[in-house]
Write a protein that binds this ligand. Sequence first.
Ligand code: ADP
Ligand code: ZN
Length: 283
Amino acid sequence: MLLGGIEAGGTKFVCAVGDEKGNIIEKVSFPTRNPEETLNDVKEFFNHHPIEALGVGSFGPIDLNKDSTSYGMILNTPKIKWKNYNLLGSLKKDFDIPIFIDTDVNAACSAEYKYGAGRDVGSCLYITVGTGIGAGLVQDGRIFQGKNHSEMGHIFVRQHPDDPFEGGCPYHRNCLEGLASGPAIEARYGTKGALLVDNENVWEMEAYYLAQAIMNYTVTLYPERIIVGGGVLKQEGLYPLIRRHLVEMMNGYIDVGEVDKFIVAPELGDAQGVRGAMSLVVL
Ligand code: ADP
Ligand code: ZN
């Protein structure tokens, strides 16, 4: 069966066709412009391929409540032209095949669960730490969803004793995303994270926040594995620091097994997004 996948991002769209095993046969990428122009490029690509089903991993917020009249619509985004755009509706008009849509984070989680760092476990949580912070949970081939998609990046964490930063979340100020996203690091130090490689305090504090998040997700959900990715985790030295903090915070309360196997990096690299979109069809 030939499957299609769309990684619908705020800056670029990636479209691919591939098989049920997640192999990509052909892939294209183009910049995100207004919805009409962008979707024209999408449709042009898939018109050349006889796909039988399509998966979409989209930037958000997006309405994923199947009972809602705005199901599949982009909601209140700062990208004005995309606000209230019916992404799923537009695709359905042109493609009379099953279409599966989810958030970009859930699609990434699905990809890692099916083909990557979570392929040997029954449940895994994927956290992305980039421009924002988000997380998704897959258990036994199902992506967790309540009434709508979750926003696990906006949990509250304890402020580090040496952190004077007020936090950058426009809604909650010093929630996890407000304190530990890429832009939060940049706002705190006045320099991009990538240029702070040698400043140990930066990463110690970052790990303190991310470990608290992992602590909270572990005690509430107890997944078998936690995969941490996103631009900020290009700072690979964070992994051992996060693990050390988690072990200290957990204090033996929940047995997470070998911590090196519990908290891991993603394995799928650049194709994670579009493979994740395709994987929504076969998860
Ligand atoms: P997005 O979240 O927009 O999809 P990314 O996951 O690539 O994009 O994350 C972008 C963020 O990651 C930016 O805030 C950037 O400053 C940060 N970032 C990129 N590389 C590094 C690095 N080597 N160390 C720390 N932060 C980084
Ligand atoms: Zn917040």
